[in-house]
Design a protein around this ligand. Structure first.
Ligand code: PSU
Ligand code: MN
Length: 299
């Protein structure tokens, strides 16, 4: 095991006994949701994974240690502490070397999951190609990570704060296997559809696991993105959310918000203007945690 990793005793036991494990990220806790919904959601996700027969492992960096599996006190810490860094691939070594606290994005969570031998990870939305990319060059490192690190990421697609069709083009270029779960249409986080078609589909967890196994048997590096649409009853129509997203994007541009601050800023604004977006967000990550647990049992 890597010298910078601390496994919780439950995760350690699960690895020894070859039990199914599902990784969960911490940026959603520290930078993606307001308190106290963030910590409540983090605890609920752990329980959901457990109730579905797998062992949850929320991942974060605390005092420079990569924690695989957080206890309740650590989840509370990640949800409340000020100044927690947002870590992607580029800054993970920095936080570890300096002994800082950091929440892991999809990219960094994949890297840490791989170090611990965890193959399945549930999140809400992955990062992608930002609207206005031609001026800003803002493309999330999550996409590149999916092309490098062998972890199955279960998400509800990407939010329309991003340019969804460019995000799919980029994933194709990078050779990332993007599979729709019981859908042929890439979901757009709050909505079941985005209007962008998918080329690959799975209708059960076993098929997802088989595709992943085939990928590694072929010697192809990288992970897989499973796009699991939000439940129809929880969907928020495009019209309701689009105006808010446009306002938030305009404000980000006008006030010079750049780089890794863009995504947390937009997420906060959406929840401020459309409170039921938070409820939808909680529901969709829960559904992703259920699916990830099922996949982890087939791997
Ligand atoms: N999208 C969401 N909620 C989130 C994120 C994205 O709907 O919490 C977080 C995830 O941790 C993701 C990160 O990996 O934002 C992407 O940040 P960036 O765009 O700076 O790469
Ligand atoms: Mn970015």
């Amino acid at each position: 095991m890597n010298e910078f990793l601390d496994l919780s005793s439950r995760v350690n036991e699960a690895i020894k006994n070859r039990e199914p494990i599902v990784a969960l990220e911490s940026t959603i806790i520290s930078h993606g949701m307001p308190y106290p919904t963030n910590v409540q959601t983090a605890k609920m996700l752990e329980k959901t994974v457990e109730d579905n027969g797998a062992v949850p492992a929320t991942i974060a960096v605390i005092n420079g240690r990569i924690k695989i599996g957080l206890n309740e006190e650590e989840l509370e810490y990640m949800a409340t502490k000020k100044g927690i860094l947002k870590l992607s691939r580029m800054d993970l070594p920095y936080a570890v070397a300096k002994g800082y606290d950091g929440a892991t994005t999809v990219a960094a969570t994949m890297i840490c999951a791989k170090l611990a031998g965890i193959k399945v990870f549930a999140t809400g939305g992955v990062g992608g190609v930002h609207r206005g990319v031609v001026d800003t060059f803002d493309v999330s490192a999550d996409l590149v990570e999916l092309s490098k690190t062998p972890v199955i990421v279960v998400s509800a697609g990407v939010k329309s704060i991003l340019d969804i069709s460019k995000t799919l083009e980029m994933l194709e270029t990078l050779g990332v296997t993007v599979v729709g779960y019981k859908t042929d249409d890439f979901p757009s986080f709050y909505s079941q559809k985005s209007g962008s078609k998918l080329y690959m589909r799975a209708d059960d967890p076993k098929t997802v696991a088989q595709i992943f196994k085939a990928k590694s048997a072929l010697g192809l590096e990288g992970g897989m993105l499973v796009a699991n649409p939000i439940d129809k009853s929880k969907e928020i129509p495009h019209e309701v959310i689009d105006k808010t997203i446009n306002m938030a994007l305009e404000e980000a541009n006008r006030t010079g918000i750049r780089g890794k601050d863009v995504t947390p800023f937009l997420l906060a604004r959406i929840v401020e203007y459309v409170p039921k977006a938070l409820e939808a967000n909680v529901e969709l990550v829960k559904s992703n945690a259920v699916l990830a647990a099922m996949i982890s049992k087939s791997i």
